[in-house]
Design a protein around this ligand. Structure first.
Ligand SMILES: Cc1ncc(COP(=O)(O)O)c(C=O)c1O
Length: 338
């Protein structure tokens, strides 16, 4: 094994019972019309490597994203694309910077690529603090999620442009941008060829099981990074199902409307727990010093959430899940008042 391989954490998925509001997955059920169309996806050609399905998928997603198919690369989730781009861009000992907190996999892929991962020590989501860290360390690559995971905070287009002007490569991970598409950086890509956007079908599109992510960048950058992709990295069946869903332009609108409404209800519901950061994604971050205590309380009522050092992150869920959360809050309230 590689030296220090133990310092790379292992990701072991767990089967959960109850309500999973811990992974920001979609809670909007696929409409019957789409389930019906998906049942008609052809099972001929399972013996051959996928080619035409990927061409069709790129065409559909290019239309959705308003870019050209040659500006796209498809991956087995945006996670795989993070792994590929880290291998493509980074040499050993290069510096990589991300805000704090941000998506935990950024540090892991940096480490796998033998580069050094740095985050601001204080005020890790302030633009000033991030720029100070960038000027100090002169990174080759900056990675940031927008909206930010876990808080839902948005970086403005001006802030992203300033960061892009200071580094060779900037990755803007738009895993949750479908919930607030007018804030996407995709429209500015033409002015910033060193910016790479990541997207996924795992969140608003409700297709986490298919494992489909997209990289959007200047066609020349895609051509360079594509050399680091393994030949047939995405299943043709996944691509064919995803294409059916993408071609139904009403579905994404329905899903976004549902999640935004459910997030607003959740905001009202969770007020008693603590201060909330305004979120445009399908989750909320609530500041509390008792994050683990709250996570246990939720779990006692069948709800899985994520606890961080200074808060909890709860994904927007169904009304049924909210009834359980309300019961839990009533219980805490009655114990505190007894
Ligand atoms: C910010 C961010 N980026 C990327 C991913 C990975 O998504 P996927 O690999 O399912 O496309 C996630 C998943 O939670 C995420 O929150």
């Amino acid at each position: 094994m590689r030296r220090n391989y133990q310092s790379i954490p292992r990701y072991v998925p767990h089967e959960v019972t109850g309500f999973a509001l811990n992974q920001n997955e979609s809670q909007f059920e696929l409409p019957e019309r789409l389930k019906q169309e998906i049942r008609n996806v052809s099972l001929e050609g399972l013996n051959s490597y996928p080619v035409s399905e990927l061409i069709a998928l790129k065409k559909s997603y290019a239309t959705y994203a308003g870019v050209k198919p040659n500006q796209l690369m498809v991956g087995s989730g945006s996670d795989e694309l993070l792994a590929i781009l880290s291998q493509a861009i980074l040499d050993a000992e290069d510096q990589v910077i991300a805000p704090a907190p941000d998506f935990s996999m950024y540090g892991i892929y940096t480490q796998i690529a033998r580069a050094n991962f740095v985050q601001p020590q204080t005020e890790g989501l302030s633009f000033e603090s991030l720029m100070k860290t960038i000027k100090e360390h002169e990174p080759k690559l900056v990675l940031l999620s927008n909206p930010n995971n876990p808080t839902g905070k948005m970086w403005t287009k001006e802030e992203i442009e300033t960061i892009a002007a200071h580094v060779p490569f900037l990755v803007v991970d738009e895993a949750y941008i479908d919930f607030t598409m007018q804030d996407s950086f995709v429209t500015e890509l033409g002015y910033h060829p060193n910016v790479i956007i990541l997207r996924t079908l795992s969140k608003a599109f409700g297709l986490a099981n298919l494992r489909i992510g997209f990289m959007i960048a200047d066609a020349k950058v895609i051509e360079q990074i594509d050399r680091f992709r393994s030949p047939f990295n995405v299943s043709g069946l996944s691509a064919a199902v995803a294409t059916v869903v993408l071609n139904d332009s009403d579905y994404i609108k329905e899903s976004v409307r549902f999640h935004n409404e459910q997030r607003d209800k959740l905001e009202t519901l969770l007020q008693p727990i603590g201060e909330m950061i305004p979120s445009r994604a399908n989750f909320l971050y609530i500041k509390t010093d008792e994050s683990h205590v709250w996570a246990e309380r939720f779990l006692d009522h069948g709800i899985h959430i994520r606890a961080f050092s200074d808060g909890i992150r709860v994904s927007a869920g169904t009304d049924e899940a909210y009834t359980h959360i309300q019961n839990m809050l009533n219980e805490v309230n009655s114990v505190e008042n007894s």
